[in-house]
Design a protein around this ligand. Structure first.
Ligand code: SAM
Length: 259
């Protein structure tokens, strides 16, 4: 059993508390996102908040989406991670990403300017079906965070391993559960949640379209890193499994693997 100085143990506990704080804030911001996109229960939503004239509102909202996408894409790059390690202990790196993502979401909620002109409004049974899709989308998002490694994805495992004095280890290539149907179940869940609400306003459309663009760009960069990390294994997976929309073939394969 290695002996650690008090100072070292204090630093490990600070890292753990930092990771736990970032994790809790991320959950809070993510739950808020459900109300923000559904236009209920929370004070500011896509259709409720401070009003600006249309041109300015478009500019502010596009800027907020751009900032969110830029932070996500930039911080996920290997080059940025290497740079980050010069300033931050490695076990804090993922938590910092999680923390800044939450702050960006908070900024988006705070700064968003509603553009409440209705583009379409589905009512009756159609609306119920769309709300079910919305719920399924969020359920898929939460489920998908647990598929590869929930703790790793949100920075908790890195800090916990450090606290226990264990070495850092990367998650290997895996295709658990729904990853056998589509390569990006989490992103699919987000797309369902962003597009399903039956009342589509100009502001909501801007948000959904901006986030869709970011998701497509994010997937492109994520897959580039995955090909670099896992080579032929990822290429073979990419050739056999659709990116976002399940195919009959993969659905059948998934069912067969469960029976
Ligand atoms: C936010 S998760 C999203 C995973 C996926 N894009 C999705 O929509 O479900 C992103 C992390 O998962 C990792 N990842 C994605 N697919 C993976 C796989 N098949 N095996 C191991 N890691 C994977 C990426 O390298 C990245 O660090």
């Amino acid at each position: 059993m290695p002996i650690h100085t008090n100072q070292e143990m204090t630093m490990r506990w600070i890292t753990m508390l930092y990771a736990a704080g970032a994790y809790l804030l991320f959950w809070l911001c993510s739950v808020y996102l459900i109300g923000f996109t559904a236009d209920f229960l929370v004070p500011r939503t896509l259709n409720r908040g401070p009003v600006s004239e249309t041109g300015l509102a478009l500019l502010i909202n596009a800027g907020l989406i751009l900032l969110f996408g830029a932070q996500h894409s930039f911080m996920a790059r290997q080059g940025f991670k290497r740079w980050c390690r010069r300033w931050l202990p490695e076990p804090m790196e993922r938590s910092t990403y999680v923390l800044l993502s939450s702050l960006m979401l908070g900024l988006l909620y705070w700064g968003w300017r509603p553009l409440p002109q209705t583009l379409w409004l589905v009512e009756g049974g159609g609306a119920v079906a769309l709300w079910v899709l919305f719920g399924l989308g969020w359920a898929l998002v939460v489920h998908a965070t647990f598929l590869i490694s929930h703790g790793e994805l949100l920075g908790l495992s890195q800090a916990y391993r450090h606290l226990r004095g264990r070495a850092f280890c990367e998650v290997g290539f895996r295709t658990p559960g729904l990853h056998r149907i589509v390569r990006h179940p989490l992103m699919l869940g987000l797309l369902l949640a962003f597009w399903a609400p039956p009342h589509m306003t100009v502001g909501h459309l801007l948000f959904a379209a901006g986030m869709t663009l970011y998701i497509v760009i994010g997937i492109h960069f994520e897959e580039r890193s995955l090909v670099r990390a896992f080579g032929d294994r990822y290429l073979a997976y990419r050739a056999s499994t659709p990116m976002l929309l399940p195919s009959l073939k993969t659905l059948h394969r998934w069912r067969a693997s469960r029976s």
